[in-house]
Unconditional design. Structure first.
Lengths: 229, 193
């Protein structure tokens, strides 16, 4: 077997794209030439390194993922402690300090009132849709509109790739409130509803037969039933 | 999203940092998630925040804005690996010696996730940053994209060809060219880099 053929077979096998016949051919090559076994191990090591580096460079190029707003204060504190503030912002801060002294008593009363009348954690709902090219029925825009009408005020996030959607699905905000994720996958013709509360996860898959709005109402009903418990 | 101004970041401008957090967060989260999700998924966000905090400490060492993301990726990678080593060292029991003759089966029984060790872990942060920057500059589209689709997404030649509008026969050529570029930047992956 020539080097080029061995290399190609090895690469295909490493990324699980080799057919059964190709795997057999590769095994036979390594059995007949012991040096091929060492070459195979070297190629595996190179592929592992390549995958790691590519994962890092892919991450450097990534723009997916919402920065958790609750972390802002922690990081801004770190900025203040480490870098200080530009002079213009420091003057603004010192002026603001005087106002704080003046308003402190009123602020304390307001905070107390808010604590007394505070509502429990509001449930959070997030919606996403897999919107690969040519996959959506009747145009992705109509489906997005239907989703937005069902859950008013909630922005629908669209993903072109299923791995990006899967990544979004795994990310949950750190909160004690009930968090619901609604995922519409036109290719699979289903809506997945995931509810997470107090560490417990409930999942339901709702098939989308002909009418998306029917499936959306079923999803809403499921969410309400779970929330009422 | 607008790229934040480096000078403003280095001066501690709050608004510039607000923009930077949104711009940088996907990098830290993605790197840490790739490393920790099989073993310590609950720690992903915390480690990503710690990486951002370390970046804040190092921002004055940076000369250009385009260095920020590779630096953050490097910091995130090392922090994730440090956490894995710390947690699994504790699990094994500190101070307990291991047999050098332990077989892979014995190691697996010991719950040592050696899967996350790699030559990259031994690189100094600066080396890793430089390597990433060189890789990003070298693997321009479609070369880098073909390589990612082949190795990360394990797509077939036909799928890759269709996605990038290239001939099926060209996929192997791009792959080989990309691997050659990686070898020249990072070495062969077996032994020291």
């Amino acid at each position: 077997m020539n080097d080029e053929r061995f290399f190609d077979l090895a690469m295909k096998a490493i990324v699980h794209q080799a057919s059964s016949a190709e795997c057999v051919e590769l095994e036979a090559a390594m059995a007949s030439e012991p040096s091929r076994k060492i070459e195979w191990q070297n190629l595996q090591a190179q592929a592992r390194l390549t995958k790691e580096v590519l994962a890092l460079t892919s991450a450097v190029k990534s723009t997916q993922g919402e920065f958790p707003a609750y972390a802002r204060e922690r990081l801004q504190t770190k900025v203040r402690q480490t870098l200080g503030r530009p002079q213009a912002q420091e003057k603004k801060a010192s002026f603001g300090w005087r106002w704080f002294l003046v308003l402190a008593p009123a602020t304390a009363v307001l905070v107390l009132l808010l604590l007394i009348t505070a509502k429990p954690h509001q449930p959070i709902i997030e919606i996403a849709m897999l919107d690969g090219v040519g996959l959506t029925r009747g145009g992705g825009t109509n489906d997005v509109t239907l989703l937005e009408q069902q859950w008013k005020g909630v922005k629908v996030q669209t993903f072109a790739r299923s791995d990006e959607l899967a990544s979004w699905e795994q990310r949950w905000p750190s909160t004690k409130a009930l968090v619901t994720k609604v995922i519409y996958d036109p290719a699979a013709a289903e809506i997945r509803v995931l509810l997470r509360s107090e560490g417990k996860l409930s999942v339901k898959a709702i098939p989308v037969d002909r009418d998306l709005s029917v499936a959306l109402r079923q999803a809403e009903a499921f969410i309400k039933a779970q929330t009422a418990r | 999203m607008n790229v934040p101004d480096l000078k403003s970041l280095q001066c501690g401008d709050a608004d510039a940092w607000d923009a930077a957090f949104h711009w940088l967060w996907p990098v830290a989260f993605e790197v840490v998630r790739n490393k920790l999700s099989p073993f310590l998924p609950a720690d992903i966000e915390d480690v990503a925040f710690e990486a951002l905090e370390e970046l804040i400490e190092k921002v004055r060492e940076v000369n250009r804005t385009e260095e920020l993301k590779p630096l953050l990726a490097s910091i995130s990678h090392h922090r994730a690996v440090d956490l894995l080593r710390e947690r699994f060292s504790q699990k094994r029991g500190e101070g307990r010696t291991e047999s050098l003759d332990a077989t892979p089966e014995e190691q697996a029984d010991d719950c040592e996730p050696v899967a996350w060790e790699s030559p990259l872990n031994s690189l100094e942060q600066k080396e890793l940053v430089e390597g990433l920057r060189t890789t990003l500059a070298t693997l321009k589209p479609p070369l880098g994209d073909v390589l990612e689709d082949f190795f990360l997404h394990e797509m077939s030649y036909e799928e890759i060809a269709q996605r990038h509008g290239i001939a099926v026969g060209s996929v192997g050529v791009y792959r080989n060219r990309g691997l050659e570029a990686m070898r020249s930047i990072w070495g062969s992956g077996s032994g020291k880099l």
